[in-house]
Design a protein around this ligand. Structure first.
Ligand SMILES: [Zn+2]
Length: 425
């Protein structure tokens, strides 16, 4: 039995985030939360104190393992970024030792940032993806992950023919989906419409349906990409129509970015139950555009947030959530007539990082909040002390904007303490 003590932040809905002082959270050896209560505790070996906060772990729903050590390389647009940064970074993953070292650094970096669940694109190589899963298993980390799939329109060294790539993915899914007590899930991961043959897209959808796995890809990321899609698939209107035809729009599909989706496409995605992963830092970094988060929510699209490493430079998810609010504020500032646009509140940002993301990822039965019966994915933090003196609503805001990774003292996934790592302290 482990006992946590502190002020509990509980994002209940997009509009409501409770602050519960003197909270006691207990979880059992099996990693499940058994009790959430309030009051002084007489337990021995309590983790936390009156100055600590207990938070649900953060969920990062879109990032790329091979790009971990390529963050912050500013300059190019999406297609130049792929050519200059992304493809060379992935090509290195033929080297199994490098693949293992970077997977270790990646997991360490995410744990140190309080991320307890990540949806991760791997490299286009079976062995490196297998190694990544092995590292995730060893470290006790929770992921949805898959081998990157592309067989056209990218460097030859990264292309894997559809029949081989799908067979490799099927073997990886059979080995890893549901492994380590369900902490590991597999995602068939076609990179994007322009880099995949129809055989690859359709095959991914069929295997994901057959094996009850996730699908991860990129959609409507930038205006230039939209033009490319129309050139490559002249008889299709857009990548949403293409993905729908291929069977890729499912309730276990995570669509990265969605910057250029129109209202009717948002509704189509919402009807399919597919999630859009909003990556606000990356959308600005690559100058892809300002995604209209509020319009997505209005259309009923399930949404999570993604650091989009390394098009996003910052793996600390509260910063990504602040960027989501700032993107909405930018749209509001520029709206005509001025100001006719809503901006989500900090309460909604916390919900997006936790319970809302878990719902979008169809993982609400396991994670997303600190509730008895769910897995104990939680953080114990020590934010700046003045926050405790504010009224609760201001605490919710101040904590979002000022929390730092070095204030996270404990990171638990399914009740097991994973970090932060000593090396970074
Ligand atoms: Zn991406």
């Amino acid at each position: 039995m482990t006992t946590l003590y502190g002020t509990l932040l509980d994002p209940r809905t997009a509009a409501e985030c409770s602050v519960i002082p003197k909270a006691i959270v207990r979880f059992a050896k099996d990693g499940k939360i058994t009790e959430v209560t309030q009051g002084p505790t007489r337990d021995e070996d309590v983790v936390g104190d009156d100055h600590c906060w207990i938070l649900p772990g953060f969920i990062d729903a879109h990032l790329h393992l091979p790009q971990w050590d390529r963050r912050g390389l500013d300059g190019p647009s999406l297609s130049a970024w792929l050519d200059r940064t992304v493809y060379p970074a992935e090509a290195r993953f033929r080297d199994a030792r490098l693949a293992e070292r970077l997977a270790e650094e990646f997991v360490t970096g995410l744990i140190d940032c309080g991320t307890t669940t990540a949806a991760v694109f791997g490299s286009p190589f079976r062995e490196a993806t297998d190694i990544a899963f092995e590292v995730f298993r060893r470290r006790g980390f929770r992921v949805i992950c898959g081998m990157m799939l592309n067989d056209v329109n990218c460097p030859e060294g990264l292309q894997v023919p559809a029949d081989i790539a799908l067979n490799d993915s099927r073997a990886l899914a059979a080995k890893w989906d549901g492994a380590n007590n369900g902490l590991l899930r597999y995602a068939f991961s076609p990179r994007m419409a322009t880099c995949c043959s129809e055989q690859m897209l359709r095959g991914s959808a069929e295997l994901a349906a057959m094996m009850n796995c996730y699908i991860m890809t990129h959609v409507a990321e930038s205006p230039a990409e939209e033009v490319e899609i129309r050139e490559r698939f002249p008889d299709r209107l857009d990548d949403v129509e293409l993905f729908a035809d291929m069977g890729l729009l499912t309730s276990r599909t995570l669509l990265g970015h969605g910057v250029c989706l129109t209202d009717s496409l948002r509704r189509q995605v919402a009807e399919a139950g597919s999630a859009v992963v909003h990556c606000p830092t990356a959308n600005l970094f690559l100058e892809s555009g300002l995604m209209d988060y509020v319009a997505h929510r209005r259309a009923g699209v399930p949404i999570a947030l993604g650091s989009s490493i390394a098009a996003g430079h910052d793996p600390f998810m509260p910063h990504v959530a602040v960027s989501c609010l700032q993107t909405a504020k930018t749209l509001k500032v520029h709206a005509m007539p001025r100001g006719q646009h809503t901006v989500p509140a900090p309460e909604e940002a916390w919900w997006l990082l936790t319970r809302g993301a878990a719902a979008a990822l169809r993982l609400s039965d396991r994670i997303g909040s600190i509730t008895p019966g769910l897995d104990a994915d939680c953080l114990v933090c020590r934010p700046e002390p003045w926050i405790a003196e504010l009224p609760p609503q201001q605490q919710v805001s101040a904590l979002l904007y000022t929390l730092r990774p070095d204030q996270i003292e404990h990171v638990f996934v399914a009740g097991r303490r994973l970090g932060p790592t000593v090396a970074t302290r």
